[in-house]
Write a protein that binds this ligand. Structure first.
Ligand code: 5RP
Length: 235
């Protein structure tokens, strides 16, 4: 599996050109991309990156990839990031690694988002992977009730749990927020659910990435498939 992730990362690296400003994703697949990019930088490639998490910042620094922020530059050429699920419209569930907020800010600031994954992430319909919803700890009960109402309006239901770290403590995001993981099973209308979640006070961001991915690079036993998004970015 790790080999497949690295192959997908290597294929995405072929899209990178000298002088590009890059969004650097988070997770085990994105980490391969950062490592491979670091090797190209050591060989003379001139790029600059914006990391989507403190973990990726540390990886990029270790690999010698120069970093900047979205305050210092006005756009990114390409973001390369992993995903937890990818559907045929290239809608995504992200946030398994807890970095969905920065990942979405960076993806939205990019001309193109390339998703890299092993092909087990490709699904006909999103929802088998628990949907991460980043929330403010204050007033969590009210936020949970509003989320349940939004689920009912969108025809989905399922258990929600506050994410915990391996040590049993509540998982805290880089932004100081908590994550609710919602086991929805099948999300028939991801765009509708994304809109309904976005307007809830207390929800900082959710892991539905709608209309952000430009292409997906999927590595599997049969080789690599590149799937291009049919609709323009933002639709
Ligand atoms: C982190 C993410 C990751 O991209 C996603 O969880 C996939 O991770 P991996 O490449 O380790 O399977 O959204 O917030």
């Amino acid at each position: 599996m790790d080999q497949l992730k690295r192959q997908a990362a290597a294929r995405a690296l072929e899209e990178v050109r000298d002088g590009m400003q890059l969004g650097l994703g988070t997770g085990s697949t994105a980490k391969h991309f950062v490592e491979l990019l670091g090797a190209r930088v050591a060989a003379g490639l001139n790029v600059i990156g914006v990391p989507t998490s403190e973990a990726t910042r540390a990886d990029a620094e270790r690999c010698g990839v120069p970093l900047t922020t979205l305050d210092e530059i006005d756009h990114l050429d390409i973001t390369v990031d992993g995903a937890d699920e990818i559907d045929p419209d290239l809608n995504l569930i992200k946030g398994g690694g807890g970095a969905l907020l920065r990942e979405k800010i960076v993806a939205a600031a990019s001309d193109r988002m390339i998703v890299i994954a092993d092909d087990t992430k490709w699904v006909p319909t999103l929802g088998r992977f628990p949907l991460p919803i980043e929330v403010i700890p204050f007033g969590l009960g009210a936020t949970r009730r509003a989320i349940e109402k939004a689920f009912a309006q969108c025809g989905v239901s399922g258990q929600m749990a506050v994410r915990r770290a391996k040590d049993g403590h509540v998982f805290v995001t880089d932004g100081g927020h908590w994550i609710l993981d919602a086991q929805l099973g099948r999300i028939a209308d991801p765009a509708g659910l994304a809109k309904a979640l976005s307007v809830i006070p207390g929800v900082v961001e959710h892991g539905l990435f709608i209309g952000l991915a430009s292409s997906a690079v999927l590595a599997g036993g049969e080789g690599i498939r590149v799937i291009e998004r049919r609709k323009p970015k933002g639709d």
